[in-house]
Write a protein that binds this ligand. Sequence first.
Ligand SMILES: [Zn+2]
Length: 207
Amino acid sequence: MTETEGVIKFDLKWHAGPAWQGPEIEVLDRWRSHMLAHEVLGQIPARYDGFGFGNLSARVSPGFLISGTQTGASATLGPEGYAVVVGWELSQNRVTARGPVKPSSESLTHAALYEAEPAVAWIFHGHSPVLWRHGEALGLPLTDPAVPYGTPAMAAEVKRLSREAMQRAGILIMGGHEDGFIAFGGDAERVGGRMLDYLDLASREET
Ligand SMILES: [Zn+2]
């Protein structure tokens, strides 16, 4: 089954507005560059029917900052590439956002984590076939493979496993979202560092 990555499934209320001006943009763009280099974020014709994949967010007041939908092909985003999600309703699959771009189609998964774990300040979502294959063997929690991305059920799965994931490496494997993982925590450098460590561990499992 081929998923249509990147297609917005939620009820989005978006208002065009000015770009976010804050230090979070530089941090997100820097880790985004690492993710592009490792091909866990981007837009590659041979993968996912050419849809963009991967997204990043940071908790800000009054919600969170997240990369825009279908921005995977850009080398850097800068302030113009991020939206601010200012409200959400998980059970209704509803997101309210503003900014120069529409938010990632996976905003609800990020919202679920921020809601479940007050200590989470950064979330990096990427796609790695290798980590997806070996994540469970490496001890990472796995969401129910029957639950597809971008649904209230996935948001509930992420909430269910978030505490367990926080107590381990701060990484969840999305069983029902091909190649998907989420790295998260309170400190961007630690979140990104652990993400790279686990990508490396998983690739060693391949050999
Ligand atoms: Zn994804």
